[in-house]
Design a protein around this ligand. Structure first.
Ligand SMILES: Cc1ncc(COP(=O)(O)O)c(C=O)c1O
Length: 391
């Protein structure tokens, strides 16, 4: 390995949401944080160099991008995901959740239905509810250790809830599914049949485990491309969420105009200068780093799997196909929500995301972020094993 993912970098006192806000959020100071989806690794050196050059120049006036920005982003998706985009499809926003909120406002009215598939990344629900839209849920079905889609329910929910917009999470956070072409096609066909626009959040698209391939939903057919808002970002892939840059692709001109109209209403125009610099450098030079990072994450997953098998047999690992967020089933412990927090936070001194925040069918599960040095993961798991043994 030419990159070092083993060294523990002290992130405390850097205004890190993950490391510096435990006490404010009611957690012990010495908790190990494995919750929010950022990584404990530095971004690739080329990204750091590009940012340093920009900082050394020292003028942070308004910035825009030229065609080379698009070419670099285009090439990433073309080379990694066999998806061919056009420059005019691209709209930049400061975040994916921001883009989802814009889409909700642009393509539904207050009181109208917006559908998601829980358990899912919790800001989906929050954004729908806070915008006074009706939350419609097609619950994922947990069967034999794997999550599946109930397509009959998918269609029934759309009809009953008069759904205008469906927010898809592909790959899925937290259950780790990388949806297959067949699954995506079935969902896309139902959406087309009922005039439901699809927002496809593909922020985790670069994280697939060996044997799994990400499919860009809009890349499946012309009809899907015309009905989809695809949300991407280098933020997860290269650990630069704080730089606030995401690339949203909308082929359909009418949909694109409405989306841009909503963006304009927010008064948002130019993006963060450093975000644009970081995005370009990451997509242009970050591939070798990402390749090794993925191997490291796969080794972390193997470590976690072995550890659970040997030390924590009460807990079930839901085998992930993608992302670096792992969904763990604690239901055999038969603990209440309060008892679970006591176990995880007070006894094991771990900050994980409790399953129920992803939706009511998430209760009994915990989400753990394994994008950290192996020693951090090992320490966390040892603390967890000790706490479970003492139950
Ligand atoms: C599925 C998904 N979408 C969006 C985000 C956040 O994106 P952003 O920070 O660009 O709003 C996350 C972060 O964890 C995520 O997991």
């Amino acid at each position: 390995m030419s990159y070092d993912f083993d060294t523990i970098i002290d992130r405390r006192n850097t205004n890190s949401l993950k490391y510096d806000f435990a006490v404010e959020r009611g957690k012990p100071e010495d908790i190990i944080p494995l919750w929010v989806a950022d990584m404990d690794f530095q971004a690739p050196q080329e990204v750091l160099d590009a940012l340093q050059l920009s900082v050394a120049h020292g003028i942070f006036g308004y910035s825009e991008v030229k065609q080379d920005y698009f070419t670099i982003v285009h090439d990433w998706f073309y080379n990694h995901h066999r998806w061919d985009t056009k420059e005019e499809w691209l709209i930049k926003t400061p975040g994916v959740v921001f883009a989802i909120a814009l889409a909700i406002k642009a393509f539904s009215k207050e009181g109208e239905g917006v559908m998601i598939q829980q358990p899912v990344y919790y800001p989906f629900e929050e954004t729908i509810v806070l915008n006074n839209r009706k939350l419609i849920v097609n619950y994922l079905v947990y069967h034999n250790g794997k999550y599946q889609i109930d397509f009959e329910d998918f269609e029934n929910q759309i009809i009953a809830g008069q759904v205008k917009l469906f927010v898809l999470c592909n790959p899925q956070n937290p259950v780790g599914r990388v949806w297959t072409v067949d699954e995506l096609t079935q969902m896309g066909d139902i959406c087309l049949k009922h005039n439901v626009i699809v927002v496809s959040d593909e922020i985790h698209c670069d994280f697939t485990f060996p044997g799994f391939t990400h499919t860009v939903f809009a890349g499946i057919s012309e009809a899907f491309a015309e009905n989809t808002i695809t949300c991407t970002s280098p933020s997860k892939t290269f650990n630069m969420a704080g730089l606030q840059i995401s690339n949203i692709f909308i082929k359909n001109e009418k949909i694109r105009r409405s989306f841009i109209g909503e963006l304009d209403k927010c008064g948002y125009s130019q993006l963060n200068t450093l975000g644009l610099v970081g995005c370009k450098a990451a997509y242009q030079y970050g591939e070798p780093w990402l390749k090794e990072l993925k191997a490291y994450l796969n080794d972390n997953l193997s470590f976690l799997r072995e550890f659970i098998k040997n030390e924590l047999p009460q807990i079930k690992l839901i085998e992930p196909e993608g992302t670096y967020l792992i969904w763990l089933d604690f239901s055999s412990l038969h603990l209440t929500i309060g008892e679970m927090r006591n176990l995880i936070v007070k006894k094991a001194k771990l900050w994980l995301d409790a399953g129920q925040i992803f939706g009511k069918n998430g209760a009994g599960f915990e989400r753990i972020n394994i994008a950290c040095p192996r020693d951090t993961l090992k320490k966390a798991l040892e603390q967890l094993a000790k706490a479970v043994k003492e139950l």
